[in-house]
Design a protein around this ligand. Structure first.
Ligand code: GLC
Length: 562
């Protein structure tokens, strides 16, 4: 099927597959993935049944943050291939009916970008005002804001004595969106890719683009309250949307850092004035001790359910959310909330079901459909991620945390946990590359890999495929309202989705022991049909009002009114 005419809301029944090109498939022996590698795997992606690919950045970049530091928005990073390779990928994907969503990083550019290079050290450069510069205060940084990757958010420009703002690495300088020329440049970038025929955009940390202009010291925090969901962010998004997204009918998903429901209702309001949908991360902070990521602690199950309830009920009829556990910044969910040893397959499926049956658009991150795990690195030299290596220095060298404790924290929290190469088969390096991989693989690839999964009808892969199909077949998954049935239950996460004609029940045991619940009588289980579960044996037939779930069991039922 070729894509001929854009349908405005195709993404409401769609599932999107995220590719992190560096770790996906190397067509040669460089040790890192590339565009040709992705094109060679389109058949696999098609088999999974997804509708679109979100490609994380492939533009020219010094790769300090693996492409989230862009030095030229109009060129492909030669390490990934050429513009021709990109065009081939786009056209072959379209021929298979798979859309392509590009990652747009416009909160900041690389300090290697020609705008920054011109601005650095020269107050008279026409590009100086493309970035955010401030004079020192009492000989030091202009304020106490911290970068998201640790340490001050300001770096000194020795040539002028001023500091520039970088909310991420010091090689990622924040753009000054107050400057209308910056907004025009951003529109040009998006226009270029939309004109090429890409179908949509994922907008990196887009709710950080508007900073409060006073740049005040934050007496109670790291500064984020002065730039998160900032004063002009909605205005800016409306401007970009009107000039480009609406013209091309692009699907858009905004990555929202530390955001609120109220702002997300507006970002993704169904009037189409800003974005199609939003990512928020609150459900992935339930294993942060007192809000601090760099801690090791079990996840808070009750809080997880509360957060889902807040967002599912709050966005219903008002906005639209992305549904996800995994991406290139998050550890593997089966290692995080499941059991990646004894119950790896059961828990991977249960976690998949429990998020795919919610309202929104699911995102599957490469390898998640195989139940890929964290690699459990034991040597600090195995880590490559700029955030992880920065935090190691800060925690061990400055804060005096013991090396072993920090290794345990990284093994749970590092972004490299999800960036290990995709496991294609059981041959050397999992078939990812003929060379030396840029990042060590998880050593379980002889068992966990795509080839083995495709050969086994009970694999995690086919379970995802089934979930993706169900979303297209059962309308209540798209339009039903959400109700958490047992918010206080210590082991079971069960929710109902309901519209006028259908009730869908998704019942999940999040733990490794048997768990029980009694469904309310208003759900007539004598009429229920089991759509999917993760145990083969007959004992999990519909089961009536009293449900007894085995370790990490999931059951999905549909009740239809006559
Ligand atoms: C987003 C990206 C992350 C990147 C950061 C800065 O959070 O997902 O990988 O480091 O933005 O661009």
């Amino acid at each position: 099927m070729a894509i001929t005419k854009p349908d405005e809301s195709w993404w409401k029944t769609a599932t999107i597959y995220q590719i992190y090109p560096k770790s996906f498939c190397d067509s040669g022996s460089k040790g890192m993935g590339d565009l040709k590698g992705i094109t060679s795997k389109l058949g696999y992606i098609k088999l999974l049944g997804v509708d679109a690919i979100w490609l994380t950045p492939v533009y020219q970049s010094p790769m300090v943050d693996n492409g989230y530091d862009i030095s030229d928005y109009f060129e492909i990073n030669p390490e990934f291939g050429t513009m021709k390779d990109f065009d081939v990928l786009l056209s072959e994907a379209h021929q298979l009916g798979i859309r392509i969503i590009m990652d747009i990083v416009v909160n900041h550019t690389s300090t290697q970008h020609k705008w920054f290079q011109s601005a650095l050290g020269d107050k008279n450069s026409p590009y100086r005002d493309y970035y955010i510069w401030k004079d020192p205060v009492e000989g030091a940084e202009p304020n106490n804001w911290n970068s998201k990757f640790g340490s001050s958010a300001w770096a000194l420009d020795e040539g002028t004595g001023q500091y520039y703002l970088h909310l991420f690495a010091k090689e990622q300088a924040d753009l000054n969106w107050e400057n209308p020329s910056v907004r025009e440049e951003v529109k040009d970038v998006i226009h270029f890719w939309a004109k090429k025929g890409v179908d949509g955009f994922r907008l990196d940390v887009i709710n950080l683009i508007s900073k409060q202009q006073e740049f005040l010291n934050d007496e109670n925090g790291d500064g984020r309250r002065f730039y998160t969901d900032g004063p002009r962010v909605h205005e800016y998004l409306q401007e970009i949307s009107e000039s480009v997204f609406q013209k091309y009918g692009s699907v858009t998903v905004g990555e929202m850092s530390s955001t609120t429901l109220e702002h997300c209702q507006q970002y993704s309001a169904q009037d189409g004035k800003e974005l199609s949908m939003v990512f928020n991360f609150h459900h992935l902070k339930v294993d942060y001790l007192n809000g601090d990521k760099w801690t090791k602690t079990p996840f808070d199950f009750i809080q997880l359910k509360q957060i889902f309830n807040h967002w599912q009920t709050g966005l219903n009829g008002k906005g639209w959310g992305a549904l996800f556990w995994c991406n290139h910044d998050q550890p593997r969910v089966v290692s995080r909330l499941g059991n990646d040893k004894q119950y790896r397959i059961e828990s991977a499926k249960m976690l998949a079901a429990s998020i795919h049956m919610m309202q929104g658009t699911p995102y599957v991150y490469q390898g998640e459909e195989l139940g890929m795990t964290n690699p459990h690195y034991t040597d600090i030299r195995q880590y490559r991620d700029v955030e992880s290596t920065n935090m190691y220095q800060i925690m061990v060298n400055r804060r005096g945390i013991a090396h072993q404790d920090m290794m345990a924290i990284l093994a749970q929290k590092s972004r490299d946990n999800s960036r290990t190469p995709m496991q294609w088969n059981s041959t050397k390096n999992a078939g990812f590359t003929k060379g030396t991989p840029w990042l060590d693989l998880a050593q379980n690839y002889p068992e966990i890999n795509a080839e083995a999964a495709i050969a086994d009808l009970n694999s995690v892969f086919y379970f995802y495929k089934h979930l993706i199909e169900l979303r297209k077949q059962v309308s209540v998954i798209t339009d039903g309202r959400y109700e958490d049935l047992f918010p206080e239950h210590k082991r079971i996460f069960a929710y109902a989705r309901q519209n006028d004609k259908q009730v869908l029940l998704c019942i999940n045991n999040y733990y490794g022991d048997e768990a029980k619940c009694t469904l309310p009588d208003r759900f007539d289980m004598s009429k229920a049909r089991k759509l999917l579960s993760n145990y083969q044996s007959e004992t999990c037939e519909v089961g009536g009002q009293n449900q007894v779930l085995r370790p990490y069991e999931t059951r999905i039922f549909l009740i239809e009114s006559d």
